[in-house]
Ligand binder design. Structure first.
Ligand code: CAO
Length: 435
């Protein structure tokens, strides 16, 4: 057994009492020249003390939290080989100082290897840092504690800008890097896309700032979530509602006498329920695991209502059990309550399928956003007279444009087209609803 040797803190410049923030070796460890032994941190900088020579650690004389100065004992080792040139104690990934015998506050992690504490993660465990480019990470100028911290967070040090002396990466640089990445992600909706640029529109002309209403904000959040998380397909179709519309007109006066306004929407609700019965996958929701479809045996239909404060979707329950009169009356009442801000949260829950009718306003077609967890929504635009080729001649027919958006995870294209075809037939010949 060779003679034991004490390793002491070398010249660390003007620092008289510096805290030990890491002890990187243990009794019994075999160390090579320049292996990091301890990390010291003052309020201005951190530095690592490298091994001056190879050996086996017999005693560790410091612990985390101790304060040391030049000459304080660090370890007792049993030397085994070559000594390191004291002039090389000061090191960085790229530099080799020849003028100083000790690390300066600007001399940090040895370039050789990462400390034992950063050994590769054990096998069989998925590594959260799989995307780290090891070569770049190794070359980065940072202390073992910062390296460990970066690995814990899955940060590739090759991407981090070092604000320390000589570009050294500090803990706070890793933190700022993570904050920056997170803010970029949230600005890009968590999709990893470039954030929307912040533009001062006033530079181009006069502007006025109008705060969004509470409904605008809530609806916006839901629409955004549904738009980015549900794969939408919109199937367009049209229904010949010539007969239906003349029947409706016949009934309008009768309904009006009872104080009820009869619009196409009540008929549409009835037709939708028939289509949902025929195609139960449309009256369903994916469960939380996304592995099961919950098929609903009830028929609650949401109706998009345009109010001064924004869009709301009250739900009309048990449409299958209500008469046309009941539905027309309830539609009128619910849209008044929506516009007078009298809807309760429960009035907007439990929907199976939604209808968004812009028929009273105009347009030829649109792509409605699914009101998840529902799996489909029907958009209705304004009826128009079209020349339709029938029995060898063109005849004027009143056509109703339909736009069905559906969740492609649950409904495939063929089913989507079957649904609108079925709906179109029902609306063209309402007697079919009785079948
Ligand atoms: N084609 C032609 N005319 C239509 C029509 C259609 N598809 N649908 C309705 N109309 C007519 C009605 O018959 C009524 O005519 P009269 O005034 O001559 O009687 C007029 O348009 C206005 O109808 P309405 O809007 O009062 O009634 P409605 O039952 O059709 O709709 C409601 C009720 C609450 C759905 C509607 O007022 C509304 O808010 N629509 C907007 C929904 C919306 O914003 N959707 C977009 C959401 S984003 O996906």
């Amino acid at each position: 057994m060779s003679e034991l040797k004490e390793i002491r803190v070398p010249d660390i410049g003007d620092f008289k009492s510096v805290e030990v923030i890491e002890v990187l070796v243990h009794e019994g460890d075999v160390i090579a020249p320049e292996d990091s032994l301890i990390t010291l941190e003052s309020d201005k900088a951190s530095m690592e003390i490298p091994a001056p020579e190879a050996g086996t650690v017999r005693e560790v004389k410091v612990k985390v939290g101790d304060h040391v100065a030049e000459g304080s004992p660090i370890l007792v080792i049993e030397p085994v080989g070559e000594k390191v040139d004291a002039n090389k104690l000061s090191s960085s990934p790229t530099e080799t100082s020849t003028k100083s015998a000790a690390p300066s506050p600007s001399a940090f992690a040895p370039p050789t290897s990462e400390s034992r504490s950063q050994a590769a993660p054990p096998h069989n465990k998925p590594s959260p840092t799989a995307h780290i480019h090891e070569e770049r990470f190794r070359k980065a100028h940072a202390s073992p504690s910062v390296r460990r911290f970066a690995r814990e967070l899955g940060v590739d040090l090759g991407d981090v800008h070092g604000s320390g002396n000589k570009g050294r990466i500090l803990r706070k640089d890793v933190q700022s890097h993570v904050k920056h990445v997170l803010s970029q992600l949230s600005a890009g909706g968590g999709l990893g896309v470039a954030p929307m640029p912040e533009i001062d529109f006033a530079q181009f002309g006069e502007v006025e700032t109008q705060p969004l209403t509470r409904i605008n904000k809530l609806t916006g959040q839901n629409l955004h979530r549904n738009w980015v998380t549900v794969p939408h397909v919109t199937q367009f179709d049209e229904a010949d509602v010539t007969e239906l519309e003349s029947f409706r007109k016949e009934m309008v006066r009768e309904y009006a006498e009872k104080g009820v306004k009869l619009t196409l929407l009540a008929f549409l609700m009835k037709a939708v329920v028939s289509a949902l019965r025929e195609f139960p996958r449309f009256n369903a929701s994916l469960d939380a695991s996304r592995e099961n479809l919950i098929l609903k045996k009830y028929f609650h239909i949401g109706i998009a209502v345009d109010t001064q404060d924004g869009l709301v979707v009250p739900v009309i329950r048990d449409v299958d059990r209500k008469s046309l009169m009941d539905l027309a009356r309830e539609l009128g009442e619910v849209s008044i309550r929506a516009r007078e801000k009298k809807l309760k949260p429960s009035d907007m829950q439990g929907g199976c399928f939604s209808i968004s009718s812009l028929g009273g306003i105009g347009g030829t077609a649109f792509t409605p956003i699914i009101n998840a967890p529902e799996v489909a929504i029907l958009g209705v635009s304004r009826t128009r007279w079209h020349p339709v080729y029938k029995d060898g001649e063109f005849v004027p027919r009143l056509m109703l444009p339909l736009s069905l958006s559906y969740d492609h995870r649950v409904i495939d294209g063929a089913l989507g087209a079957r649904f609108t075809t079925f709906l179109s037939k029902l609306l063209s010949d309402t007697r079919r609803m009785l079948l």
